[in-house]
Write a protein that binds this ligand. Structure first.
Ligand code: SF4
Ligand code: SF4
Length: 434
């Protein structure tokens, strides 16, 4: 990497000491920030750590200092503050200037990776998710472990070991399941589903519920064979090469289905797939195909809301909704999950304070930055407790496991559940009566 200081063509003032890096390519985004500070109070790390360097504005200043050569890429303090970012993108929603913070963060992490390898635990997890066969083995082993009941037994252990056990135990929900068919022709179009790594491995019931609820709303559901991990974990960690490789495999797999929509029930994966166009923008062979595919991606709640969704049978439950960051801030999907819940008669929807704030899951963040993750989760659990709800609804596996683990370790009555699971039970009741 050259350390020459040059000014990028077309830029007024920002000299670039790190040309030919992902961060250099992100200079236009850095220059969008006017340092107004409107994003500060939306940022969970700033609110919890009270350090300007752990705010969006502070991190953008650090990125700028790297670009200008005021700080070296191996500055340990820069690494710390960039590592502590959740990537929740609440700052993007708060920003009046349209700073593409998520893209800046990925570019920064990709650049920093060149001088500091990802820590061992991160490399291990990313390596597993990039290899379909290894991932399958790991998920089978996780399901076996879950079935033994040991994770539930050890979920109270101190530290990350106890938390990891609680995460796994929280994915085992005693929800009823029944097949139903309303006999609709699928006139709303063909949906190919992203099965998802964690969703297919630990939330298989939710994937089945997704298929049933889509069919109940007049969609035809078609499998997409050869699909792989969406690449979100890799992109967020700065491993853009692996993220691009996975994106290309998925584009080919989903193109093959001829589907009208790509349905996704994991907010983080949906956000990633909607950004394949940006991820592959510099790849002449794949750029247009990536844009076309991204345009077809929908969160399952968007597909259901577009169809109504049809009303189900009564479920007299007390429920509160926590918005996944990658649904609310990254995809800007606000109303559809609430429409899904409103399709369930007698369900009582209780407001949740700061439901737009991150829960601290953030991909593998809760494993690599446990202290900050716990600090971010604590107020979320307090707010959930104050609603008196029995169910916390959220549409992302990371959030389901993070909140589910927190509730379990706090011996709370409430459980975390995907909105589609509740709609599915409601439909099964309605079909049984009809
Ligand atoms: S990121 Fe946006 S809101 Fe935050 S300081 Fe910059 S311009 Fe202001
Ligand atoms: S992505 Fe989230 S944690 Fe990171 S700077 Fe933005 S608001 Fe803060």
């Amino acid at each position: 990497m050259s350390s020459d200081s040059t000014t990028l063509p077309g830029r007024r003032s920002l000299p670039c000491a790190i040309p030919d890096t992902p961060l250099a390519a992100a200079i236009p985004g850095i220059e969008t920030c006017v340092h107004c500070g409107f994003c500060l109070q939306a940022c969970p790390t700033y609110v919890n750590l009270e350090d300007e360097n752990d705010s969006p504005r502070g991190r953008i200043v650090l990125m700028r200092a790297l670009v200008e050569g005021e700080l070296p890429l191996d500055d340990p303090s820069v690494q710390t503050h960039i590592d502590r970012c959740l990537g929740c993108r609440a700052c993007e929603t708060a920003c009046p200037s349209g700073v593409p913070y998520g893209q800046l963060l990925e570019a920064t992490r990709a650049t920093l990776r060149e001088v500091r390898p990802t820590p061992f635990i991160g490399r291990l997890i990313l390596g597993v998710f990039a290899r379909a066969k290894t991932l399958r083995v790991m998920l089978v082993a996780s399901r076996f472990l879950r079935a033994t009941g040991l994770p539930s037994l050890f979920s109270g252990l101190a530290g990350r070991l106890g938390f990891a056990n609680a995460m796994l135990a929280s994915t085992r929900l005693p929800l009823p399941e029944r097949e139903y068919d309303f006999g609709l022709p699928g006139a709303r179009g063909i949906v190919a589903l992203l099965e998802g790594c964690v969703m297919s491995g630990l939330f298989a019931r939710t994937n089945r519920a997704t298929r049933r609820t889509l069919r109940a709303n007049d969609y035809r559901v078609r499998p997409a064979t050869d699909q792989v991990c969406c690449g979100a974990l890799h992109a967020h960690a700065g491993d853009l090469d692996t993220a691009r490789s996975l994106a290309r495999q998925n584009i080919a797999a989903f193109e093959h289905t001829g589907a009208d929509f790509i349905g996704v029930n994991a907010a983080g994966c949906g956000a990633m797939m909607k950004e394949y166009g940006h991820l592959l923008a510099e790849d002449p062979e794949w750029a247009d195909r990536a844009v076309d595919l991204s345009a077809k991606v929908r969160d399952v709640s968007e597909l259901l809301a577009a169809a109504g969704p049809r009303a189900g049978g009564a479920l007299p439950l007390r429920v509160t909704y926590d918005a996944p960051c990658h649904l609310l801030h990254a995809q800007r999907v606000v109303a559809p999950p609430l429409a899904v819940l409103r399709a369930i008669p007698e369900l009582e929807l209780l407001p949740l304070t700061d439901s737009e704030q991150c829960c601290g899951a953030a991909g593998i963040y809760n494993l690599v930055e446990p202290a900050t993750s716990d600090a971010v989760l604590a107020p979320k659990l307090r707010h959930i407790a104050s609603t008196g709800a029995d169910w916390v609804v959220t549409g992302n596996p990371g959030c389901l496991m993070q909140i589910g683990a927190g509730l379990k370790r706090a011996h709370a009555r409430a459980r975390a559940v995907h909105p589609v699971d509740l709609l599915d039970i409601s439909y099964a009741r309605s079909a049984q009566k009809g």
